[in-house]
Write a protein that binds this ligand. Sequence first.
Ligand code: PA5
Length: 467
Amino acid sequence: MSAGIELDITRMLADVIGQDNGVSRDSIETEWYRVQAVIQGLEAKRKAGDLPFYDLPDDVETVQRIEDYASNARNRFKNIVVLGIGGSSLGAIALRESLIPFSNSFLPDKTENGLRLFVPDNPDPEYLGAIMDLCPPEETLYNVVTKSGGTAETIAAYLTILTPLKKALKDKYHEHLVFTTDPNKGSLRQIARTESVSTFSIPQGVGGRFSVLTSVGLLPAALMGIDIRRLLNGAANQRENVFNDNFERNPSAAFALLQYLSDKRHDQRIHVMMPYANALYRIADWFRQLWAESLGKRRNLQGDDIWAGPTPIAALGATDQHSQVQLYIEGPNDKTFTFLIPKSFRRELKIGVHHRDIDSMSYLAGKNLGTLLLAEAEATQRALTAAHRPNMAFILEEISPEIIGGLMYLLEAATVVAGGLYGVNPLDQPGVEDGKIATYALMGREGYEDIRAEIEKERNRKPFIIH
Ligand code: PA5
């Protein structure tokens, strides 16, 4: 059962784009046995409670709490600002862009359905400052999201907004805060206890980039007015597919296998995801983190150096046809392409009927704008195929909470399957941790003096600067 999401893999196949660049049916058949073993292993881990992201759609208690909290907060506030980074922010952005009209953030007030959502996502003073200008403390709820409770960017943003919040709201400031964090540990949990800030928990065992269907993504979604039950229903609909041991009934694992085979057998290790809908662009951006941070690993599970990992790229059709597609078609054949194509748009516009006597205009007149965009998707698929470039497409019945929830779930499941094929742990991020530690040292955090000393030594290296 496709549950509204189908994966068209025709143009990945050797019989369509040629033996050198396409995946052969034989290799799919041979390697599918490995995929089946990986899926069985994942299912066993899930049953043992080690992969709780699979079962998030069943957490009805959290859903009810979020809905109750959100219905109250929607009456009290105009804006929700999420302070988080990486897995603690990209999901909320993807949900806003795909399910809320982009113009809502520019409206002077909330809509009757929900609050305006802002996600600075970066400790950039100009950007956060501009958001603070738009969102006066009296009208704003700040959702601080950090699983560890210690990420420098998030904590810095929290401390920054706390000054105007306390100044404007005095002893009521805590009513404008809600923390989403680890259920037991970390500095936010500690503050929440002593300063009575409302909190939501990120379940143990669900890492940042797999957390969009926890309160990390669901709370901002509900505050924006998205029906989070529909999101979770979409995810639950996919659950029966992601453990299916039939290649033709499991788009998630099929996607993982085709990407893996393209990388390993054809050196196509740049993985472009290219939606043909602005609403889906930030899904590709969210996926970029998921694929990169999960699969980009120095060591395999045995601890040997393997330096694994495809490089994900987010592109947008038709915009990037006029920016990237020249490279995609005539540059090195080192990429795969995954299109995200909705069957239709939630809103249509008619192209005006004018200048009928000008050939370069008359063929467009009277057609739907969405028809043009979908024609461009097909044209790009054809052009890539003619140039022997492997490309596949997720065809989405519509852009709705069910389909978005389902697609994100399906891509998360694909990522852990790909982790199994590459032989790496898709759930950790040792490389990111190194950077976090260096930031603590540079900013003078206690306990990081040795690393600070090392960095100072490196700074003494004679610089080579071009003027
Ligand atoms: O996927 C991940 O685990 C990371 O991208 C984290 O989400 C990111 O580093 C933020 O971490 P935290 O939620 O602990 O602040």
